[in-house]
Design a protein. Structure first.
Length: 202
């Protein structure tokens, strides 16, 4: 690899290695020395692209959040019945998580285990985008569901069901997709049962 090519590729190498290091060790537990060693570059080369460790952290969190945002929005922006869209979206999200477990660990750590030392990165949490995407699915398929639960509550219930399963699978490294789909069906069926118990009428 030429020096020019290596220099051009350095920002992407820094993003990749920083994602891994921050996901594994957190912000406080990651040093620029570890990062430059992993990227096989000098501190001066790293500082050329990022002013400091905080700048690297902000970049990798923003970059990976954007990837997750796009994936979640695209995953549930499909056609078909409400239930079909939910299952198709779950499949797409699981595929992304299986292919990018380190990215997911970083975002989980950032959003659910924030460190006092870590800089605050502007932008919506991935969980919020999850709820927004599911809100659209539920709103468009609300008559099909025929539930007495509000659209907002239904979206949060389904998002929580999916997000919890993803977090567990990412941490355990076990991807039982049939179980994940059964659990999603149970959540949907539970909303229908609520309809039956309250005597809801469309």
């Amino acid at each position: 690899m030429t020096d020019e090519k290596q220099h051009a590729d350095l920002p992407s190498r820094i993003r990749k290695e920083a994602t891994r290091l921050f996901a594994c060790h957190g912000y406080a537990g990651t040093t620029l020395r570890q990062l430059t060693r992993a990227c096989d570059c000098t501190k001066a080369a790293c500082y050329y692209h990022y002013h400091n460790k905080a700048g690297v952290y902000e970049e990798v969190v923003s970059y990976n959040r954007s990837r997750a945002y796009e994936l979640v929005r695209r995953a549930f922006a499909t056609t078909g019945t409400c239930r079909r869209r939910l299952h198709d979206g779950l499949d797409s999200v699981v595929e992304f998580a299986m292919e990018n477990p380190t990215v997911c660990r970083l975002l989980i750590r950032c959003e659910f285990m924030p460190e006092a030392e870590a800089p605050r990165v502007e932008g919506s949490a991935v969980g919020v985008v999850f709820v927004e995407a599911l809100h659209d699915v539920v709103r468009e398929g609300y008559k099909e569901l025929q539930t007495s639960i509000s659209v907002s509550d239904a979206a949060q219930l389904l998002a929580g069901s999916i997000f919890f399963q993803l977090c567990v699978s990412i941490e355990c490294g076990v991807w039982d997709r049939p179980r994940m789909h059964r659990t999603l069906d149970m959540a949907v069926d539970g909303m229908v049962q609520t309809n039956l118990e309250t005597g809801y009428r469309s």
